[in-house]
Write a protein that binds this ligand. Sequence first.
Ligand code: C5P
Length: 314
Amino acid sequence: MGPVAPRRRESVMVLSPREEILIRAPAKVNLGLSVLRRRRDGYHEIATLFQAVSLYDSLALRRLRKKAVRLVCPDFHGREKENLAYRAAEAFYAGTGMPGGMEIGLQKRIPAGGGLGGGSSDAAAVLLGACRLYGVRPAAMQIHEWAAALGSDVPFFTVGGAAVGTGRGEVIEPLAGEGPPCGVLIYAPGYESPTPEVYGALDPSRLTRSGRRLTMLASCWKKGDPEGLGRNVFNDLEGPVLARHPDLREAKLAMKASGALGALVSGSGSSLFALYRDPGKAAEAARRLRQDLPGKVWAARFIPRRHHWGVVKR
Ligand code: C5P
């Protein structure tokens, strides 16, 4: 499949509308991330390999007669308008002109500011879920356009599975196949790592400037080679994150010593992930590391695209 680029088309009503749906929104890790150059618009040109993993937020979308968007999320303490799920609902109504409104019930498990794409995944789930609620199927290009306007990671979550992201991360080329049946361990230290600060701390003289490492990594993924994948994971943003947080260096060493094939900062941090030969090994390592590390530890697995965006109840 080629890169998905924005284009506009009308929404058509194709499915029967629903009153309520429940959705699971998965986290992601970046198996590889090259920062190629700084752009004039303040963003960085990157080449990244996204992989959806089985740590989920849960969303309940309910239609309202009133023209309003309401967010019910006990774990969110900011302003509604700053919440990506809320903004995704607004983008849906602005883009489609659909009547009424919706209530978004959001149960967070994916830590915010953790480089795991939780907010972006929630936003994608609201965009796709809203289409399902109203029984409309806008063109993929249209959804991509809404998603990219919400944030660089949102388009990936409208597709799921594994995908190469280029541009600022919003140009998505899905990888066909399922990849290796790896186990993943995710460690969240309990604090946030602000993305703009991490990009801002990059040393321009140490940028990758080449997509070669990512091509090699994608080839290990396609071959279903867990060892090759573990050996080749990389992240140009890891340096600035570890420099600020020496505790993450320690955590990374502990993860490596737990039988991991590779361990790495995800995105702009603060979370780390480690890969294991299979989910059983990840679960075993998680049991041990929960005793040793001060933050939260989850055992997870890669989610293939066919299992992405699980509507758990209609
Ligand atoms: O697109 P998003 O809103 O997630 O980006 C948040 C911030 O992260 C941007 O304002 C920018 O400072 C930084 N960023 C970047 N290059 C990217 C993605 C994000 O510099 N490719």
